[in-house]
Design a protein around this ligand. Structure first.
Ligand SMILES: Cc1cc2nc3c(=O)[nH]c(=O)nc-3n(C[C@H](O)[C@H](O)[C@H](O)COP(=O)(O)OP(=O)(O)OC[C@H]3O[C@@H](n4cnc5c(N)ncnc54)[C@H](O)[C@@H]3O)c2cc1C
Ligand SMILES: NC(=O)c1ccc[n+]([C@@H]2O[C@H](COP(=O)([O-])OP(=O)(O)OC[C@H]3O[C@@H](n4cnc5c(N)ncnc54)[C@H](OP(=O)(O)O)[C@@H]3O)[C@@H](O)[C@H]2O)c1
Length: 459
């Protein structure tokens, strides 16, 4: 099927970021013609992790539209109003929405938008010189039917995919699988004699908690191994959270790329790590289980990389290394759940555009300050959640979705439809801003470099 119309934008992928763009464009009463293509048959947000009791890591105000336009009909509060739950939410008195409800809210928005198409997996995108537009080819994953769309601009919103290290791959999916598939495989897990969860990000923590709660009824040994230095919390203090702001993003963008490559991977605890609430619930459950001298059939062991997995009979042997003590050991388990994180890859469907795209030395996208791909064709490519290397840790944060989409909408419409927020935090990240705000501060000329950290060094 060829859609003869040349759309203003074709969106590839429909997660919260592209859905936010669709919702903000719909509310902009601007004449922008869009279509969003999603490979799944229906909308679901990280379906394999929609666990009972889990919540968003951001307040409900970070919905698809509110931080840009609180009057937009696609807001979370309007969802509550329209679905008859606004008083229930009022008495709930909790900022963090249950993840299952956030998913229901997103599905409600999808149902109200005419621009969303499902069962459309994008397979190639190229620039058509003759009609001066992108040609986007998609196929129906089940039937193979082919669809062709044309558009002046693209919005790439394909998110990230489960990251399973190569050496841990190749085992039956029911026995060794990523947390992203947890809900699909949980019945199998509950029948095992022993289960091991790997990793100590929020995904692994939520799976461990779910398995701990079900352990007594199902009677299995439960172990939790992580390569991280400990079962540490992610940052959730108010001043720390200001790193997820337009100002911090701009500060990071302006730094030399070599500096960014050095510090961004070391900012793990700003966005990795365990929610302090989840950590407390796990601890409290272990405490209650140990009353009266009982010992829960559980093991927690950090600083341990799982280096290999080998089948042994009906179970698996995990080759592990405690990296600090430099000791190796083997750990056997019937089932292994890998909470080893997510990765972003350059999608194969961009191959026809490879020569037009500007790549950095490490083969990553060159990106403009407002999250567009640096590409040598007249059309724009709006990048969702694919510029951590240029803009830092705020990029995947749902709280910045409205800010990024505001920039895209304003550029598409050619006027300021939504305000582009500035001065959103109480601290300064760049020296230029600090000097602007602090009367006593002024730049000095070149000086001898001094150490950036004070160290207790007795030598
Ligand atoms: C379990 C989990 C919970 C999270 N919770 C939070 C949170 O509370 N707060 C927060 O700030 N961040 C959270 N994050 C981080 C992040 O914000 C989310 O992952 C968010 O879903 C990213 O949105 P996205 O739109 O970039 O991509 P995704 O939500 O991953 O959606 C991308 C979509 O693109 C589709 N797609 C991919 N390739 C194609 C193709 N070729 N053709 C068509 N469609 C395609 C996929 O099927 C998918 O539906 C969480 C992440 C995870 C994994
Ligand atoms: N409720 C929520 O809102 C929610 C729920 C789930 C996820 N999320 C978000 O989604 C993002 C991804 O979270 P995530 O938990 O999936 O992943 P993650 O935060 O990237 O954590 C991955 C973990 O796996 C460990 N690991 C990787 N390879 C290993 C190996 N071979 N052996 C042992 N351990 C290994 C990592 O250790 P190292 O530290 O050494 O790398 C790390 O502890 C985060 O931003 C998170 O906040 C949010």
């Amino acid at each position: 099927m060829t859609d003869q119309q040349v759309h203003d934008v074709v969106g590839v992928g429909l997660g919260p970021f592209n859905l936010g763009l669709a919702a903000l464009l719909d509310g902009a009463s601007a004449d922008v013609d869009v279509v969003f293509l999603e490979r799944e048959p229906e909308f679901n947000w990280h379906e394999g992790m929609l666990l009972e009791g889990t919540t968003l890591e951001v307040p409900f105000l970070a919905d698809l539209v509110t931080l840009a336009d609180p009057t937009n009909p696609h807001s979370y509060l309007n969802y509550l109003r329209e679905t008859g739950r606004i008083y229930e939410f009022y008495f709930y008195e909790t900022f963090q929405t249950p993840r299952r409800e956030y998913n229901d809210y997103l599905r409600w928005v999808v149902d109200s938008l005419a621009s969303c198409r499902f069962d459309r997996e994008v397979t190639t995108v190229e620039w058509d010189e003759k009609c001066e537009c992108f040609e986007v080819v998609a196929c129906h994953p089940a039937t193979g039917e082919r669809f062709v769309y044309r558009s002046r601009h693209l919005a790439l919103g394909i998110g990230s995919g489960p990251q399973i290290p190569d050496h841990l791959q190749g085992h039956p999916e029911t026995d060794v699988f990523h947390t992203a598939r947890y809900r699909h495989n949980r019945e199998r897990v509950l029948q095992a004699d022993s289960v091991t969860v790997v990793g100590s990000g929020q995904s692994a923590a939520e799976v461990f908690q779910d398995l701990l709660e079900r352990q007594v009824a199902n009677d299995y040994r439960l172990d939790w191994l992580t390569r991280s230095a400990g079962f540490f919390p992610m940052e959730y203090s108010k001043l720390g959270l200001q790193h997820f702001s337009p100002e911090y993003e701009q500060y990071v963008y302006d730094l030399p790329q070599a500096t960014k490559d050095e510090f961004i991977p070391n900012q793990d605890l700003l966005y990795k790590g365990i929610d302090p609430g989840t950590s407390a619930e796990i601890y409290d459950l272990l405490y209650r289980r140990s009353i009266g001298g009982d010992r829960p059939d559980v093991g927690l062991f950090a600083m341990t990389a799982v280096c290999d997995i080998e089948p042994v009979g009906d179970a698996y042997a995990l080759d592990c290394r405690q990296w600090q003590a430099d000791e190796t050991f083997v750990h056997e388990s019937d089932v292994v759940v890998l909470g080893t994180g997510y990765e972003r890859q350059v999608p194969d469907f961009l191959a026809p555009l490879a020569d037009a795209i500007a790549w950095d030395e490490q083969g990553r996208y060159e990106v403009t300050p407002d999250h567009r791909l640096d590409i040598d064709v007249p059309g724009e490519v709006f990048l969702q959640n694919a510029s951590v290397h240029t803009h830092g840790v705020g990029v995947p944060d749902l709280g910045l979705g409205c800010y990024h989409n505001t920039k895209f909408v304003n550029r598409l419409v050619g006027e300021q439809v939504y305000p582009e927020d500035t001065n959103t935090v109480f601290q300064d990240f760049s020296l230029e801003q600090f000097c602007e705000h602090a009367p006593g501060a002024s730049r000095t000329g070149g000086r001898e470099p001094i150490p950036t950290h004070t160290q207790n060094d007795d030598s």
